[in-house]
Design a binder for this molecule. Structure first.
Ligand code: ATP
Length: 548
């Protein structure tokens, strides 16, 4: 019987590929789903449109080689030695490096996830730090501050810095140590401080005057994933799709961030009055920066503000995942018992815009029975990993397992580590796992587990699959999630699970979850090719065109 079913799958796949036999495929689908409760769907990839091909080309690495960019010779050599896959830059990277080297203008960068923004920015900043004069001993003042949303990203960028700058790396990663300690010896030697918003706020709020004076020596400040740091939308658009992720704005963390801004801007204002040359250059990076982020930042900044990257006007609808068409997107609807999930594809449908808009990161799905749902999702994930479902991974490296905001990661790991191990996967917490060690020890496949707030900007070496054990109807959030795989032509799959039986949402009842999911894909131009015969997108409402 199993053999027969396997034969059916092979036959099914070859049938799906041939359009002219579509009717037979439809018939076959029904038979298969009746027998083993599975259904096949068309894999969703980014569909091509001639109008935006020219934009896509700007992100291919065919520009000036890194060794010929205006970078310190140590950086040039180390890119070659330690990043063998990074040889030529792309258009965006070239522009970032020049703008940072010139240092005259603050600028906002908006280009697709995985297009090398952080890499180019870090290389340029380190280059400046390496060629700076030696700094006075015992000073807390660094010249470059690189702020990111999470400690895991600090760790990744620190690891890159060590490789790029080599011995005497001038970077201090501002991560909290146990018992609230800070390693100040090293900080005093650092020219570049890489910090997560939380650590920075906590460090500053320990209120030692010398820490605050740290802000005064800054010449350059990078806000990576800037739309997660700056609140871009004022009323009445605050519920649109950019802005800090769910929950943060009500938490003490967010208020701490304002503590930083207060201190920083008060001092900047003072300096602006006394010395115009002392205004630091700000670099705002994000795949989802919008004009409103630039506007919000413009309220603070007295600097000229430039823009590098995608234009949000004409090409707004293709700004999402158009860059690489090598990521496959799969939505699976789950039902049944938690240990024996039934899995079905959510079929794509052209959806008209909804009237309600979700804030970035908010999931209109309230999960009542979180434990049951997580078991259901986890078992479905393992079914796929074990190749017992048709979404069989033909390639599989490491996995990223994204948990809902309400879940407890420590408990999840405790309860499920053994189960993952039975399936040859090491389950590791993203927020505490040492990425460096992981890169060196590649004996096992790793399933990183984290929440949305841990994953922005992360580039995990060897990651091929993202499993979303939660729901989002925000296109911006989905884009950042999917952007963890597929950079520079690598293959990737993003698998999202939905369990309608455990959800409670008026929106879902009114609009249907399949349509809501389709709308997210559609916003990012992730749709089956057959819907893209025309070079224009399906028509959406007027409001939608203003901001995604
Ligand atoms: N020119 C290049 N050629 C090939 N690979 C590159 C190039 N530049 C960067 N990379 C690699 O691409 C990956 C993604 O880079 P990076 O994290 O800088 O992208 P990003 O645009 O900042 O992404 P995100 O928006 O998700 O933060 C990294 O692993 C990096 O080493």
């Amino acid at each position: 019987m199993i053999l027969l079913q396997k034969c059916r799958f092979c036959l099914l796949e070859s049938l799906v590929l041939s359009n002219y036999r579509r009717i037979q495929v439809e018939h076959y689908k029904t038979v298969v789903s009746q027998t083993i409760k599975l259904e096949t769907g068309e894999p969703l990839r980014v569909a091509a449109s001639p109008e935006t091909e020219k934009w896509v080309r700007r992100f291919h690495p065919v520009g000036t080689p890194f060794q010929k960019l205006p970078l310190d010779h140590r950086i040039q050599a180390n890119v070659k030695a330690h990043f063998p896959k990074v040889s030529r830059s792309n258009d965006i990277q070239e522009k970032i490096v020049s703008a940072i080297t010139l240092g005259k203008t603050s600028f906002v960068v908006r280009s697709w996830n995985g297009s090398g923004k952080s890499f180019a920015t870090l290389a340029a900043m380190l280059s400046i730090a390496l060629s700076d004069q030696p700094k006075p001993a015992a000073s807390y003042s660094a010249t470059i501050l690189y702020v990111v949303p999470s400690d895991s990203l600090v760790e990744q960028l620190y690891r890159w810095s060590q490789l790029l700058a080599g011995l005497n790396c001038p970077v201090y990663p501002l991560i909290r140590l146990p018992y609230g300690q800070w390693k100040h010896g090293k900080l005093q030697q650092a020219r570049v401080v890489i910090a997560s918003v939380d650590s920075l706020a906590e460090w500053l709020s320990s209120a030692k005057i010398e820490y605050i004076s740290f802000l005064q020596g800054l010449k350059r400040v990078v806000l990576d994933e800037s739309d997660q740091i700056i609140e871009g939308f004022a009323a009445p658009y605050q519920n649109r799709r950019a802005g800090p992720v769910m929950g943060i704005e009500n938490s003490p963390k967010f208020r701490k961030l304002f503590f930083f801004w207060d201190k920083f801007y008060t001092r900047t204002e003072q300096r602006i009055r006394s010395d115009l040359n002392a205004i630091p250059q700000f670099v705002l990076l994000s795949a989802t920066n919008t004009s409103s982020i630039a506007n919000a930042f413009g309220l603070f900044s007295k600097h000229l503000l430039g823009c590098i990257g995608l234009d949000q006007g004409k090409h707004w609808w293709d700004w999402g995942l158009r860059m690489w068409n090598n990521i496959e997107h799969i939505s699976l609807r789950l039902s049944g018992e938690d240990t024996k999930p039934k899995i079905r594809d959510v079929q794509f449908q052209v959806a008209k815009s909804l009237n309600s808009y979700e804030k970035a990161g908010s999931a209109p799905v309230t999960i009542h029975e979180l434990d049951t749902v997580l078991k259901l999702y986890t078992n479905a994930l393992l079914l796929i990993v074990r190749k017992e479902h048709k979404q069989v991974p033909t390639f599989m490296g490491d996995l990223l397992v994204l948990l809902p905001e309400q879940a407890n990661i420590v408990e999840y790991v405790e309860q499920n580590a053994a189960l993952y191990e039975q399936n040859s996967l090491l389950l590791r917490r993203l927020d505490t796992f040492n990425l460096k060690k992981k890169e060196e020890r590649r004996a096992h496949q790793i399933a990183y587990v984290g929440k949305l707030t841990d994953i922005f900007g992360l580039s995990l070496f060897g990651l091929t699959h993202v499993f979303q054990l939660w729901n989002t109807f925000s296109a911006v959030v989905y884009q950042h999630v999917a952007g963890r795989v597929g950079s520079f032509g690598k293959k990737g799959k993003v698998i999202s699970f939905f369990a309608p039986a455990y959800t409670n949402s008026a929106d879902i009842e009114a609009h249907g979850y399949a349509r809501m999911i389709s709308l997210v894909y559609q916003k990012l131009a992730v749709i089956p090719k057959r819907y893209m015969k025309y070079s224009k997108p399906p028509k959406l409402d007027v409001q939608d065109k203003r901001e995604i």
